[in-house]
Design a protein around this ligand. Structure first.
Ligand SMILES: Cc1ncc(COP(=O)(O)O)c(C=O)c1O
Length: 408
């Protein structure tokens, strides 16, 4: 048996004393909700009438033909309201906030998807909302900043450290320490101190439950492999949790950035550069130097650009239950283009990591193999990054014209 909140040696709640009672309150609210069948029913009701659930499992006929190996299915989390799986988690936590009688939410965000989802949830439930975001991500994900502000949230750019997700998380914890009575911190992934990894996985498990039922309805059996990208790990744990007890190979794909040998990536488990440590309130593999200082990370996908990884995934890797791979920016952009051209879908750059690895492996699988790829989000938010990466001349001209119009 594991100690509560631990997964093997990973997890825990390494929090300042001032936050202990707040975490106890949250844990109690979550445990009571988990035991109350009415809570899950209400959660599913909100997801289905507000956020387009169940999301479909789409047969990728053209990609299947193109690779000539396994049959490829795509779980369409991009169809959630606000464009990513992040909506599942925030709507669940939004219902918990109501149970706890609080009226203010804060969140951190990297790609901006979690921030937009939280700001949307806050508008829907009537909560005040502040979002912390690294300055670098504010620049990369300006459209999402725009939406968060229009939704009524205050967006606070964080200019400490590497000015990305880990710094935004630190700032959010600082805020929470000062405002515990009325504020809930809507953590966006399956990381952080207990009970967050368990709670976020619980809310995201809806993805795996649906995917399993859908593949049985369509094919009458389990897939051979399931692929998901891994930032903190919430979309991966969401879909994997539906297949943990089945003979299905689970593949988590991290950000290989410029390449694993370059030091410019965000691969904590597939690279061998991750070390066991404690930071941001929990124990897991972090990208850190021998002195324990956090390293700079890099990914073309802001949502995968994080130094830690879910303690639950670290444990599942150690148990041999999940295989970890990394996809480079270059391969991700190639996969992204192929998905657009063959299937008319626009995956998020994060999700394109799962595609890149699946495409590497699909041709060597047999025609009776089935694979499922979790498309965790849609790529609209990435339009600036993608246009830059492809040096799109029409887009450049459009931006120049816009800039001139604003200058006039
Ligand atoms: C579309 C999308 N996919 C994946 C991720 C990575 O997060 P996680 O590993 O928690 O699913 C993000 C994070 O912002 C995201 O926006």
């Amino acid at each position: 048996m594991f100690e509560k909140g631990y997964y093997g040696p990973f997890g825990g709640a390494y929090i300042p004393e001032v936050l202990v009672s707040t975490f106890e309150e949250l844990e109690k609210a979550f445990e009571e909700a988990e035991e109350d069948p009415g809570f899950w029913e209400e959660y599913i009701r909100v997801l289905s009438n507000y956020s387009c659930r169940p999301t479909p499992l789409t047969f990728a006929e053209n990609l299947t033909r193109h690779f000539g190996g396994a049959k490829i299915y795509i779980k369409r989390e991009d169809l959630n309201h606000t464009g990513a799986h992040k909506a599942n988690n925030v709507l669940g936590q939004g219902l918990l906030v109501r149970r706890m009688g609080k009226d203010r939410v804060i969140a951190e965000t990297g790609a901006g998807q979690h921030g937009v989802a939280t700001a949307t949830m806050a508008a829907r439930f009537g909560y005040r909302c502040t979002i912390y975001m690294g300055e670098k991500d504010v620049l990369r994900q300006r459209p999402n900043v725009f939406w968060m502000e229009r939704l009524g949230a205050e967006v606070v750019p964080v200019n400490t450290g590497s000015r990305t997700l880990k710094d935004a998380i630190n700032e959010a914890f600082r805020d929470w320490t000062a405002r515990m009575e009325d504020t809930h911190y809507v953590l966006g992934t399956a990381c952080g101190p207990h009970p967050y990894p368990a709670m976020v996985t619980y809310f995201q498990s809806v993805v795996g439950k649906e995917a399993r039922e859908q593949i049985f309805a369509l094919e009458g059996r389990c897939p051979s492999r399931v692929y998901a990208c891994v930032g903190g790990g919430s979309n991966a744990l969401g879909i994997f949790s539906g297949f943990l007890d089945d003979p299905v190979e689970l593949v988590g794909v991290e950000a290989g950035g410029k390449g694993l040998g370059t030091g410019r990536h965000a691969s904590r488990l597939a690279s061998g550069d991750g070390f066991l440590g404690v930071a941001q309130g929990y124990k897991t593999y972090f990208l850190q130097d021998p002195d324990g200082q956090m390293r700079e990370t890099h990914s073309v996908a802001a949502g995968l650009d994080y130094i830690g990884v879910s303690p639950i995934l670290a444990h599942l890797r150690e148990e041999g239950r999940v295989r970890f791979e990394a996809a480079t920016d270059e391969k991700v952009l190639e996969a992204f283009s192929l998905v657009m051209k063959k299937e008319g879908l626009i995956p998020a750059l994060e999700s394109a990591h799962a595609y890149a690895q699946a495409f590497k492996e699909a041709p060597s699988l047999g025609r009776d193999d089935i694979i499922v790829i979790n498309q965790s989000g849609r790529g609209d938010k990435d339009i600036f990054t993608i246009a830059d990466a492809f040096g799109d001349p029409g887009w450049k001209e459009y931006i120049q014209q816009k800039a001139e119009a604003y200058r006039a």
